[in-house]
Design a protein around this ligand. Structure first.
Ligand code: URA
Ligand code: CA
Length: 407
């Protein structure tokens, strides 16, 4: 009865109350309402979207379905979230940079989702690194090191876990109201005072183009504001992989490279500098340009890399492996023609790397690319190196040989 009324309201664009949506969301989370009974609510939102007020009520109900972290003992904290992307290793780069600059971040990260690798999987490439630590330990690490990267042990927004799984099974993922409430319910439950949201668009992201990304960004900013938090939105193009390496371990190696040698030509460096500077400027109320200078300084003088090493060691991990050379690749792909790089099958490259690692229960497989959009290519120039078991080389080569588009 309650569900039917709620669905009627959503379909007729009539506002519901917080109590109405909270009741249904909690009953679904607790199993009192079945998937079949709840599905019409998700469908109605998918087909009609929600007013800002109702979208906030939904988000708040999802946030309040579980634990809400109290980070106040840490003083002011900033959190950042990327809406997923291929070859996105920004977390591992920016948390130590911010720690050097006195901007505190307790980064709770997830595992791989579809075609994007998860930060926790990457952290575990540092042999021995414990992502699963108690919150009081994490607090003390933020106080001593200035930051901490871990998985979440708290039961944050369990309503989102159930609703996301239902959306995934029923092909109801790509809707702005549903994506905004999903991301923000989790972010608002993690308790940081300020948020930087990195919204990705393009063929390697959830949002197909910048126009949609801006609509999503504005909704998320609105939700943060209604919840009493400051949010800053940045947009990132995912028409190509963010960095050059794709695959858990390879991406981790690139993250280290970014901190080892400042290379402003790598788009991943640019993205990390932009995100870190945005977080730092927001935290300290300083101009972006000033924050950016400080970010580049701690990369160039090696402080950020030293900080990352300290953070890894504090969580039981070792960086030793990362001072060895890259493993030999299984095969190299070269260009069959002269031309210019005009695009990438970004999602496909991400999927291939993820599937290989899942299939062989490892993190070492993936792809290194050597070019970005706009680069001039000569026939026989090296395009990609493939890291996979021998028996897969032929099959994967066939799948990815056209993944860099040259015209
Ligand atoms: N990421 C999320 O957490 N939720 C979505 O719905 C989409 C991307
Ligand atoms: Ca769909």
């Amino acid at each position: 009865m309650e569900i039917k009324k709620l669905v009627e309201k959503i379909e007729s664009h009539t506002d519901f109350s917080y109590e109405e949506i909270q009741h249904v969301v909690l009953d679904y989370t607790n199993g009192k309402i079945s998937d079949e009974e709840f599905l019409p609510v998700v469908s109605a939102i998918y087909n009609n979207n929600l007013s800002d007020k109702c979208l906030y009520y939904l988000t708040k109900a999802m946030k309040n379905s579980g634990e809400i972290l109290d980070l106040s003992p840490l003083g002011q904290t900033v959190d950042k979230h990327s809406t997923g992307g291929v070859s996105d290793t920004t977390t591992i780069v920016i948390v130590p940079i911010l720690a050097c600059l006195g901007t505190k971040m307790l980064k709770l990260s997830g595992r791989s989702l579809g075609f994007t690798g998860g930060t926790c999987d990457k952290l575990e490439c540092f042999e021995g690194y414990k992502t699963d630590i108690p919150l009081d330990k994490a607090f003390s690490l933020v106080n001593t090191n200035g930051g901490c990267m871990m998985t979440t042990t708290a039961n944050l927004a369990p309503a989102d876990k159930k609703i996301y799984a239902l959306r995934d099974r029923t092909n109801l993922v790509d809707n702005i109201s549903l994506i905004a409430s999903s991301i923000m319910s989790k972010k608002l439950a993690t308790g940081a005072d300020m948020l930087v949201l990195d919204v990705k668009y393009g063929n390697g992201a959830f949002m197909p183009n910048k126009k949609n990304a801006i609509v999503l960004g504005k909704k998320m900013k609105m939700l943060a504001k209604l919840d009493g938090k400051k949010a800053k939105i940045v947009y990132g193009n995912m028409a190509e992989p963010l960095g050059y390496n794709i695959g858990t371990l390879l991406e981790c190696m690139e993250a280290i490279d970014i901190l080892k040698h400042y290379n402003k030509k790598n788009p991943l460096t640019k993205a990390c500098v932009r995100l870190a500077a945005t977080c730092h400027a927001l935290d300290k109320h300083i101009p972006y340009i000033f924050a950016k200078k400080k970010v580049i300084q701690v990369i160039k003088n090696g402080q950020a890399l030293e900080k990352l090493k300290t953070m890894i060691k504090s969580q039981g991990g070792s960086i030793a492996l990362f001072y060895q050379n890259y493993p030999p690749s299984q095969c190299e792909l070269s260009s069959q023609q002269n031309g210019k790089v005009t695009g990438f099958e970004t999602k496909l490259l991400g999927e291939i790397a993820n599937e290989l690692n899942h299939k062989y229960k490892t993190n070492k497989y993936g792809i290194i690319t050597y070019h970005k959009i706009g680069d001039k290519i000569n026939k026989k120039d090296k395009l990609m190196s493939l890291f996979c078991p021998k028996e897969e080389a032929m099959n994967i080569t066939n799948k990815i040989k056209n993944a860099i588009i040259i015209k």
